[in-house]
Structure formats: structure tokens, C-alpha cells
Design a binder for this molecule. Structure first.
Ligand code: FES
Length: 160
């Protein structure tokens, strides 16, 4: 599903940064907050508005791990695969969620843009391993069964 870009929104974001030397990172952060990723169409537009080359903007966008160039789901589920979580069986949780959502390595987001499933290294809550987060809310001591139950709650609009 393709998202429509509202260039007025991008202009609003640019206006908020207009009194500074183009703070590309901050602008990209705001755009990503709005769209949950950085749509490719914005690069030429930003380049023209900011008088900065597309290559420069692109290099900033790809330098920071937090920026995504592909669309993300409404719910971003992160499965910790740091050491503590890995030994407590985080991978079966990942496998169960991927199976439920028909996702696989290389396809992290459902076609309806509802869910993104990704792995992260240590979330800093090793005592609660294995840990997953849904839009940054932490769920401790997960199992594949609990994760699928949580997924179904999210699908039904519960668990927000
Ligand atoms: S290894 Fe998962 S929270 Fe630290």
C-alpha cells in the first residue's frame, strides 16, 4: 500500500527549521515521525528546498540506523536477540510472529502496513528476558504463545 505524501506537511516541518542551517537529521526525524519511514519521493523535494544535494541527504538517511527507507507498520514489534534473550529462546518468538504474519527474512512489514517485526540487540532489560517491545512498550518473559496472543489482541484493537 502506498502512502500519499502531503507536501504541505513537509513544508510545515521545513518551516519549523527555517531559521537554522539545514539540520538535516532533525528534519528527517520529524518526517519519519510523521510517516514512520522516509519516503523516497521526499529526497528531491528536500534537496530543492534545503539547497543540499540529494546524495548528502541520502547519506544522512542511510547513516543512522533509526531511519528507515521502507514503510513500517502501525505496530512495530521488536524482538530482542541480545545474548540474554537469545539463550532464553527469543528466536522461536520471532519465528512464531513471522509465521502468523507471513513475514520472513527480508520482508519485515505486512502488506496492510499493520505490523513490522524486527530484531534488535539488547534492549537493556536483560533481567526480564526474553523481551519484546511493541511501539516501545516492553513485554517481559515472552514465549511464542504469549507473543501470538498479544498479536491477536493488537489485531483486535486491544492491548494499546
Ligand atoms: S539481551 Fe535482551 S534485553 Fe538484554
Amino acid at each position: 500500500m502506498k502512502q500519499t505524501i502531503e507536501y504541505e506537511k513537509i513544508d510545515e516541518i521545513l518551516a519549523q527549521h527555517s531559521n537554522q542551517k539545514p539540520p538535516i537529521v532533525a528534519i528527517l526525524q520529524d518526517i519519519q515521525e510523521e510517516y514512520r519511514y522516509l519516503p523516497k519521493e521526499i529526497f528531491p523535494y528536500l534537496s530543492e528546498k534545503l539547497k543540499v544535494s540529494i546524495a548528502k541527504i541520502y547519506s544522512v538517511a542511510t547513516f543512522y540506523e533509526n531511519f528507515s527507507l521502507s514503510p513500517k507498520g502501525e505496530y512495530i514489534i521488536k524482538i530482542c536477540d541480545g545474548t540474554a534473550c537469545h539463550v532464553r529462546k527469543s528466536i522461536p518468538i520471532l519465528d512464531a510472529l513471522r509465521k502468523e504474519l507471513k513475514l520472513y527474512e527480508g520482508k519485515n512489514t505486512t502488506d496492510d502496513l499493520k505490523f513490522t517485526v524486527e530484531t534488535v540487540s539488547c534492549l537493556g532489560a536483560c533481567g526480564l528476558a526474553p523481551v519484546i517491545t511493541v511501539n516501545d512498550k516492553v513485554y517481559a518473559a515472552m514465549t511464542p504463545e504469549k507473543a501470538v496472543k498479544l498479536l491477536n489482541e493488537l489485531r483486535n484493537g486491544e492491548g494499546k
